[in-house]
Write a new protein. Structure first.
Ligand SMILES: Nc1nc2c(c(=O)[nH]1)N[C@H]1C(S)=C(S)[C@@H](COP(=O)(O)OP(=O)(O)OC[C@H]3O[C@@H](n4cnc5c(=O)[nH]c(N)nc54)[C@H](O)[C@@H]3O)O[C@H]1N2
Ligand SMILES: Nc1nc2c(c(=O)[nH]1)N[C@H]1C(S)=C(S)[C@@H](COP(=O)(O)OP(=O)(O)OC[C@H]3O[C@@H](n4cnc5c(=O)[nH]c(N)nc54)[C@H](O)[C@@H]3O)O[C@H]1N2
Ligand code: SF4
Ligand SMILES: [Mo]
Length: 719
């Protein structure tokens, strides 16, 4: 193929537009006669409203993975010698199907679990949900979006009756004069995004709430914006405090509250005790700063409130996101022209991936699996009786706790997650995977999770496949093929089709993405996330297709203009309270562990640790500490340290930086094996969303006797 293809980046939800032009270099992993460095396509940024031609380092280098030396080129099966060996597709698929049948007949259909991912195209995510329910007959499917968007989704559904991360196009932010960023470091996690903050920055209204002085917080350095640096895990009291001030100072938009919401009285009563000085003593943020911030937010300027994982990935994440929504509603922002509230979806298809049935309680179109009407509708599209569709399963953390447990899961299929790196409390997860009778992983690389599998099925990469993604704006866009995939790999739709056939399923599992999308349209019709008016032809023309987009209807770039999605059209103000026992608090020499991201690596690092330039920039795990903390604990810059708690131990290098609060240590979660930050995180979950506590955990940290620096292998793990 020599034509160039207009597509989007394989990584995050900003889905920056790019053009891939084939270079003529051979696809697939290099052999002795090919040059490992020659990428088969060149990447160029393409003008698009979200990225305006810009890409970050990860986007620019994304094509290198197409020919990465470690790319898998044939299915792998674990042999009697305990090692993985290359085999044929027929043999691998026969083995998987035979094992799954055996496990199902011995232990029941729920003994097979499925773990999906927010990076899958809409077509793959939809077909995976259908495959679990019909071909496997299991209720036990969930996905990594549980770790990502579940708290924001639960809060959005509760307040607005719908969960579309941004209910407005990103370009609307250009006109903002005030933007409150709660727990998000967009300058590193979505670099081209900051172009949309320029207006607020110029107006002196960019406010960043983060315990670290991140690259995003530094955008306020000119002194006109504000960086608020609270005690980690205190965003809920902080927001209750802001609501208290807004009410006490009569800054509430009473017309809006009266005509567009219910529940004001209960919220008013619930914040009565959060006066500014009390909030100051809990969060460390000065009462005066809180008042200044509340007044700025209520100043009538075009104002947006946006949340990220820093406030959501907590055991009280749903309530914290709800408090942020309450604040936005009291100020009359959602649905008002030039203002709004939103959450920044993270994974490439984090939005679409949470709409079409990978969630344990969900059917396509964001339908509830317990709703008889929803079941009847989807059953009609699938050509089955509604009784055949299993009921709700369990969310991700609980699913992983069932691995190898009595009455639990004996076989797991993983599609799009490196869960032994990215799940909380990973030592227990590793133990669970080892107890399984069968672990099947679909991936392009031998990720840390794939390395534990009994069968690994190598798949096509983004530049080699067709499909659709739904960006953080709720806009459906096309992923297009620029290259013929290498011989040994297969498309995931084909894999699901082949397995369904071998499992004796009579349901249709199409292998053509457009045909799958046509079926998804029907299945989503009339649902909350209604895609029925969207087709490939209109996407190929470049039409902007924001859902809901009903058949014969129109795209909806802006939600909430006239009404919210609850039956009465009103938003719900939901009172939320601080649970004192929600999380352990550091005492004595203990310190709060914050986890998050670096610009150069993506998620578990399974992909970006294989890009030489990105690995060279961030080769190993580094713990960031305040110099005062270093002094207190006898740790100097570049010392090797041990970070530990009851769950696990991590060894890494320390970096002293004034950009973090003295009561916290920061670890990125991008590294595998013994450098996995999730050895230390708790698998306690939010009671509403089942989101684990990734962002604030308690650890001890001490200096290790000096050890010489170790060379780092391609995986990022010391060789
Ligand atoms: N480079 C890169 N970009 C990515 C990704 C990646 O892995 N790497 N992943 C993508 C995905 S899936 C996601 S979900 C997004 C995530 O995007 P972000 O939400 O921007 O990323 P995080 O680094 O997880 O968390 C943001 C910030 O929360 C802060 N934080 C930690 N604890 C607290 C707290 O208690 N309160 C407050 N207010 N802040 C806190 C951290 O210091 C951190 O700077 O990024 C997407 N983009
Ligand atoms: N401590 C801590 N832990 C966290 C977080 C945190 O902030 N702190 N953040 C959480 C968040 S927000 C997220 S989103 C998760 C993400 O963490 P993971 O779920 O581990 O996500 P990735 O590392 O992107 O793993 C995706 C894997 O699937 C492969 N892959 C990519 N595309 C496809 C595809 O189309 N099909 C298949 N089958 N495979 C594919 C990739 O090669 C990679 O191995 O981590 C969570 N874990
Ligand atoms: S910001 Fe996200 S979508 Fe854009 S180039 Fe970087 S990783 Fe890709
Ligand atoms: Mo995420």
């Amino acid at each position: 193929m020599t034509r160039s293809a207009d597509t989007h980046c394989p990584y995050c939800a900003l889905q920056c537009a790019m053009t891939l032009t084939p270079t003529g270099a051979p696809a697939g992993r290099p052999d002795a006669t090919t040059d490992a460095a020659a990428a088969p396509v060149t990447v160029a940024g393409r003008d698009f409203p979200t990225n305006r031609g810009g890409l970050c380092k990860k986007g620019w280098t994304s094509a290198e993975l197409l020919t990465a030396p470690s790319r898998l080129g044939a299915p792998l099966v674990r042999g009697a010698d305990g090692a993985l060996h290359e085999t044929s597709w027929d043999e691998a698929l026969d083995l998987v199907a035979t094992s799954l049948r055996g496990i199902r007949s011995a232990h029941g259909a729920d003994a097979v679990g499925v773990f999906g991912g927010g990076g899958l195209t809409n077509e793959k995510a939809y077909l995976l949900g259908k495959f679990a329910r019909l071909a496997l007959g299991t209720s036990r499917i969930d996905y990594n979006g549980r770790y990502c968007m579940s708290s924001a989704a639960a809060a959005g559904n509760r307040a607005f009756g719908v969960d579309r991360g941004l209910p407005f196009p990103l370009e609307d932010l250009d006109g903002a004069e005030t933007v409150l960023l709660l727990g998000t470091n967009v300058a590193e996690t979505m670099p081209p995004f900051i172009g949309h903050l320029a207006g607020a920055q110029a107006a002196g209204g960019l406010v960043v709430v983060d315990p670290r002085r991140t690259a995003t917080a530094r955008l306020t350095d000119d002194g006109r914006g504000l960086h608020v640096q609270p005690v980690p895990g205190t965003d809920l009291p902080l927001l209750l405090g802001l609501i208290h001030i807004v009410i006490a100072e009569r800054l509430v938009d009473l017309d809006y509250i009266g005509s567009r919401t219910v529940g004001f009285d209960r919220v008013r009563r619930s914040v009565a005790a959060w006066w500014p000085e009390r909030v100051q003593s809990v969060t460390g943020v000065a009462a005066l700063t809180l008042k200044r911030l509340a007044r700025r937010l209520a100043s009538g300027a075009n104002t947006y409130i946006l949340t990220g994982r820093g406030v959501e990935q907590h055991v009280d994440g749903t309530d914290t996101a709800t408090a942020a929504i309450n604040l936005a509603l009291l100020l009359g922002l959602p649905g008002r022209a030039g203002s709004g509230y939103g959450t920044l979806t993270g994974q490439g298809n984090g939005q679409g991936g949470r709409e079409h049935g990978q969630k344990c309680d969900q059917l396509p179109g964001y339908r509830k699996i317990v709703d008889p009407e929803a079941r009847a509708h989807v059953a009609r599209v699938w050509g089955v009786s509604p009784d055949v569709i299993p009921g709700p399963g369990v969310p991700a953390v609980e699913l992983l706790k069932l691995l190898g447990a009595p009455g639990g899961v004996r076989a797991l299929m993983v599609h799009g997650s490196n869960l032994v790196v990215s799940s909380p409390n990973v030592l227990d997860v590793r133990a669970g995977l080892e107890r399984l009778d069968l672990l099947v992983v679909c991936d392009f690389f031998l990720s840390e999770t794939a390395a534990l599998a009994d069968v690994v099925l190598p798949i096509t990469q983004w530049a080699e496949e067709e499909g659709t993604m739904t960006s953080l704006e709720g806009r459906v866009i096309r992923r297009r093929r620029a290259l013929t995939p290498p011989d040994g790999v297969r498309d995931e739709l084909w894999i699901l089709h082949e397995l369904a056939e071998r499992l004796g399923s009579t349901a249709a599992f199409d292998t053509d993405p457009e045909a799958v999308f046509e079926e998804l349209r029907l299945a989503s019709e009339g649902g909350i996330a209604d895609y029925s008016g969207i087709d490939y032809a209109m996407l190929d023309r470049g039409d902007a297709a924001y859902w809901p987009f009903p058949r014969g209807g129109e795209s909806t770039p802006r939600l909430f203009v006239d009404r919210f999605a609850h039956a009465d059209g009103l938003a719900r103000l939901v009172p939320v309270a601080v649970r004192e026992s929600a999380r352990p608090v550091a005492t004595g020499d203990e310190i709060t562990l914050i986890t998050g991201r670096l610009l150069e690596h993506y998620q578990s690092g399974a992909q970006t640790r294989r890009v030489p330039e990105l690995l060279a920039a961030r080769p190993e795990l580094i713990a960031s500490l305040h110099p005062a903390t270093g002094l207190r604990l006898g740790i100097e810059d570049d010392d090797r340290v041990e970070v530990s708690n009851v769950r696990g131990i991590v060894h890494c290098r320390a970096r002293l930086t004034p950009d973090i609060r003295p009561d916290a240590v920061f670890l990125p979660f991008h590294y595998g094996d013994e450098q996995t930050a999730n050895l230390l995180t708790s698998d306690e979950v939010d009671p509403i969303s089942a989101m684990p506590e990734f962002k604030t955990n308690v650890v001890g940290i001490r200096r290790l006797a000096s050890v010489p620096a170790m060379p780092v292998a391609e995986s990022g793990v010391p060789a």
